[in-house]
Design a protein around this ligand. Structure first.
Ligand code: URA
Length: 434
């Protein structure tokens, strides 16, 4: 390291190792120095592990977030005539809500500038899903993004290299050093990107349950509080819902399968849990954006949201009428016994879809557009022995064995309890406003 550096990385690592809080200048320096390559990966890895073990106070998290924002550009949508509002989900199995939600909220009068990611591990990425639409392009320049927002009202695209570059480096390092699961690091990573994206208002959907990466509802609520605080301090109107991810959302997990289901929702049909969460989040987004005119449930039923979806897909080179890719092979998995489906493990379904080719193991790997799982019976529904429970889809039939292994104990079938209720998390567990 050059002698003109303001701080020493080892002193900063030692301070966090010894449970001291880091000063604002120390945080500014370490993020900047790591982004420009003056702090080595092994030093940042040690610091991240010390943060995971010893935590950060709220001032440190806030400064760490600001330093990540300042590592790149901050987008500005003030030329738009509509208020901007976005949604971020911490990710779950079958969570395709962004697809119907962004056009729905735009149809109700807001502008939705959504920068999304690709999937890694058992949860799918919004960009991977949309890329199953023939011709659709995830990478847009800032000018193209603005034009789609002006013309259509909603845009979903990849974050450019200039947005929070510190987070890009840090996230890749956390992924390989077992330091993803630290609330200060998750909160600052998500919020640095959302604040830099330039939205004026934000609704966070923090998932909890077996299929979420915060399976404990108390931890999910803690993460939500930290993120809401970061948003507000940065001048972004922010609220969070902690929502259920014990069971997959909807009836599909996999890229093209989820697009098909989203189009069903935009056509006024689709699974009730997807419709309910989409409308609920749309109401939250419109309220926080100060728009009171239209009921989103109506805009979903009367085709207005579908109209925006079609224009949004076309504006990014996609053909909304094109046939979606279908996997070459499929296999039906049947129920072993008769009764009521009492539980379905979202993580197992996500892992099964991933093993079929819907997800990737390494960044940059290709995903299969048609791969994934269709669910034929959800918790609360009755099923007969031998009836279809899942249909597995893949281009690589050798994957069926490993996917079936993932699903082996994923479903519990039995007698409905005498109170007639199955043991499930409510769809919305908590609403967090500060
Ligand atoms: N998503 C992010 O963008 N960052 C995290 O740290 C976790 C999930």
């Amino acid at each position: 390291m050059s002698s003109i550096e303001a701080f020493s990385a080892t002193e900063i690592i030692a301070a966090k190792r010894d449970r001291h809080s880091l000063s604002d200048p120390q945080i500014d320096w370490i993020i900047d120095a790591y982004t420009r390559g003056a702090v080595a990966d092994e030093q940042m890895s040690a610091l991240l592990m010390a943060i995971l073990l010893n935590g950060m106070e709220s001032r440190e998290i806030s400064r760490w977030t600001d330093a990540m924002i300042n590592s790149g550009e901050r987008m500005n949508w003030s030329v738009l005539s509509r208020p901007t509002v976005d949604k971020h989900s911490t990710g779950g199995v079958g969570d395709k809500i962004t697809l119907p939600l962004a056009p729905l909220v735009a149809a109700c009068g807001a502008a939705v500038p959504q920068l999304s990611g690709r999937g890694l591990g058992h949860t799918g990425g919004t960009l991977d899903k949309l890329e199953s639409i023939p011709g659709w392009r995830a990478s847009l320049s800032n000018d193209e993004m603005l034009k789609v927002l002006q013309d259509v009202g909603a845009v979903i695209c990849a974050a450019g290299a200039g947005l929070a570059p510190a987070d890009k480096k840090l996230y890749a390092l956390r992924d390989v050093t077992a330091t993803v699961e630290a609330i200060p690091l998750i909160a600052s990573s998500i919020m640095s990107k959302k604040i830099a994206e330039g939205t004026s208002a934000l609704v966070l959907d923090v998932k909890t349950g077996a299929g979420a990466f915060m399976s404990d509802p108390a931890k999910a609520a803690e993460l939500a509080h930290v993120m809401v605080g970061l948003g507000k301090r940065a001048g972004v109107k922010t609220i969070a819902l902690v929502t259920a991810m014990d069971v997959p959302l909807g009836l599909t997990a996999g890229n093209a399968l989820e697009v098909r289901e989203s189009v069903e929702v935009l056509s006024g049909g689709g699974p009730s849990d997807i419709v309910e969460l989409t409308v609920l989040l749309a109401r939250e987004m419109l309220e926080i954006a100060g728009i009171k005119t239209i009921d989103p449930a109506q805009a979903l039923k009367n085709g207005k949201a579908m109209d925006v979806w079609r224009r949004m897909i076309s504006a990014q080179g996609g053909d909304p009428d094109a046939k979606l890719p279908v996997a070459k092979e499929n296999l039906v998995v049947t129920a072993h016994s008769s009764g009521t489906v009492l539980a379905m493990d979202a993580m197992a379904v996500g892992l099964g879809a991933w093993r079929l080719g819907a997800g990737r193991t390494r960044q940059g790997e290709a995903v299969q557009a048609g791969a994934g799982i269709e669910i034929h019976a959800k918790p609360g529904e009755s099923i007969k022995a031998g009836a279809p429970l899942f249909t597995l889809h893949t281009d690589t039939p050798a994957a069926f064995v490993r996917a079936q292994e993932a699903l082996i104990d994923s479903v519990t079938i039995g007698d409905l309890p005498t109170n007639g209720k199955i043991d499930r998390l409510p769809l919305v567990i908590e609403r967090i406003v500060d």
